[in-house]
Design a protein around this ligand. Structure first.
Ligand code: AMP
Length: 231
């Protein structure tokens, strides 16, 4: 089963995706992380991605994304399930992904959309801290480090992500609202959408996601075919 998990910045999709990856033993495409890694490369592409994601908070162009996803799929064992987190973010990326998968006889079986308000997103993101060394993520309220603002593993001072500033957060949320609404509507018509209330603690959300994945879908129109329940 191949799954997309969607949600605005601060929706907790990363936490849910990681739990799913562990529980189902799936492979994980974490788009933001893949792009951050690319942005550290001292190449024209690395510098371009760095500017887009850290200074502007805009989306990386589709043609670059297509190459990145295609290269990633080349390297993994495609027989295992995949969780796509943060990709696709709009209808054109969704169509692109379907094409890239179809070449390998794969398809998207289910799309989980976590719903949270703008206020909750902003509040969560302002409390997010990361370790600059190991990238481990904390939340000063819901998942604080054991001591001060130090990473539990590396003992390094935690920092805010470069794009978690109020101005960049606003841009990211506005882009999400504008671009994903059409995508969500499209996927809903395909009959593979699971909309889930993301304004709850991690555990009940995860339990609901698992329960929904186990329930077979009666597919409507769109381009999807059959769906296999999660193990
Ligand atoms: P995230 O960690 O998911 O919040 O992503 C961080 C940044 O990476 C976003 O603000 C975008 O600039 C970029 N990004 C992430 N996912 C995508 C995507 N699917 N397409 C284009 N740009 C993306």
């Amino acid at each position: 089963m191949n799954i997309i998990i969607m949600g605005p910045a601060g929706s907790g999709k990363g936490s849910q995706a990681k739990l799913l990856v562990k529980k189902l033993n799936y492979q994980y495409f974490e788009c933001g992380d893949v792009l951050r890694e690319k942005s550290r490369e001292k190449s024209p592409l690395g510098r371009k991605i760095d500017r887009i994601i850290h200074q502007k908070g805009e989306l990386v162009p589709d043609e670059i994304m297509a190459k990145i996803v295609d290269n990633w799929l080349e390297k993994i064992d495609i027989r295992r399930g995949i969780i796509f987190d943060g990709f696709p973010r709009n209808l054109s990326q969704y169509r692109l992904l379907k094409k890239i998968l179809a070449v390998r006889n794969l398809k998207i079986d289910r799309v989980i959309s976590l719903k949270v308000s703008k206020e909750v997103s902003i509040q969560r993101l302002s409390k997010r801290r990361i370790c600059p060394k190991c990238d481990l993520e904390y939340n000063l309220v819901t998942k604080p480090p054991k001591e001060d603002e130090l990473c539990d593993q590396c003992r390094v001072k935690l920092i805010q992500r470069q794009d978690d500033t109020p101005r960049v957060i606003e841009t990211r949320l506005a882009i999400y609202r504008k671009t994903t609404s059409r995508l969500v509507e499209f996927i809903h018509r395909e009959g593979i959408l699971e909309e889930i209330d993301g304004e709850r603690p991690v555990e009940p959300i995860f339990a609901e996601i698992l329960a929904r994945l186990k329930t077979p879908k009666h597919l409507g129109g769109g381009e999807a075919t059959t769906s296999t329940p999660a193990r």
